[in-house]
Design a protein around this ligand. Structure first.
Ligand SMILES: [Zn+2]
Ligand SMILES: [Zn+2]
Length: 263
């Protein structure tokens, strides 16, 4: 499996993706907002885009569907529940569905509500798994919930699905937000050495060659996986003095999400 991360260079800092079967050259374009760039990368690689997949219904993820499908005749895949929000879905996806790309690539659909209520993440069935996480999870962060989402569902997605994936899972998010998110982590946990070191590494990185994290690394530097951390809890208590002595992880997550909205 080839994962091609495509940096759009737009104001929203979107990443688009091509997932390619190296045996047949068939490719799936994920959230191909920068359709010209996606088509060019496919052409240069000698790959045929046969499927387009949207992680969710927001315009910065679906905006390139039309031109990519017009140019390639690809079929469109998205969450089955997004049928009224995304035009012309050919295949509605549910949790556990398997998506094949070419001969050798097998991807699994995870139903991951929270950022929106019809958001999917894509997990590869490869020796080292890869997760295309859309706007559910970012490097060092979590998606917001203000355009059709719910923080409680997002917590459930993190607790019941994402945190249970193998630690070596590669994380491919829908946006390049790593530097800002590490700033938020360090604001809660100024003593987080791993986050500090990583921030100096990625602060001036070329997004065309962006660092790819693993879930294991995320658990060290992403506040939304660090719900039992004493520094995180102590810093939250300064803002929310009424917080329980030993808060439930869900309470910590929801307060972090709330705080991040205005940070
Ligand atoms: Zn979104
Ligand atoms: Zn987005």
């Amino acid at each position: 499996m080839i994962v091609e991360q495509i940096w759009t260079g737009n104001a929203y800092r979107n990443f688009n993706y091509l997932i390619v079967c190296p045996d047949t050259g068939e490719a799936m374009a994920i959230d191909p907002l920068d359709h010209e760039k996606c088509l060019t990368v496919a052409k240069n690689g000698g790959w045929d885009i046969t499927q387009v997949l949207n992680t969710h219904e927001h315009g910065d993820h679906t905006g390139g569907n039309g031109p990519v499908i017009a140019a390639t005749g690809a079929t469109l895949l998205a969450h089955a529940g997004a049928k009224d929000a995304i035009a012309n879905i050919d295949r509605g996806l549910s949790a556990g569905d398997i998506i094949k790309v070419g001969k050798s690539v097998e991807l699994e659909c995870l139903d991951t509500p929270g950022h929106t209520m019809s958001h999917i993440c894509i997990l590869s069935h490869t020796d080292q798994p890869a997760l295309i996480s859309g706007d559910t999870m970012f490097n060092a962060g979590a998606g917001n919930c203000h355009n059709g989402g719910h923080p409680e569902e997002l917590y459930d997605t993190f607790a019941e699905q994402l945190s249970k994936l193998p630690d070596d899972t590669l994380i491919y998010p829908g946006h390049d937000y790593i530097a800002g998110n590490l700033g938020f982590t360090l604001d809660r946990e100024p003593d987080n050495q791993r986050a500090k070191a990583l921030l100096s590494e990625v602060e001036n990185q070329d997004p065309d060659k962006a660092m790819v994290t693993t879930l294991g690394l995320e658990k060290e530097i992403n506040t939304f996986f660090r719900l039992h951390n004493p520094s995180v809890i102590a810093a939250l208590r300064e803002v929310f003095p009424d917080m329980a002595d030993e808060p439930e992880p869900k309470e910590v997550f929801l307060k972090l999400r709330m705080l991040r909205n205005d940070w």
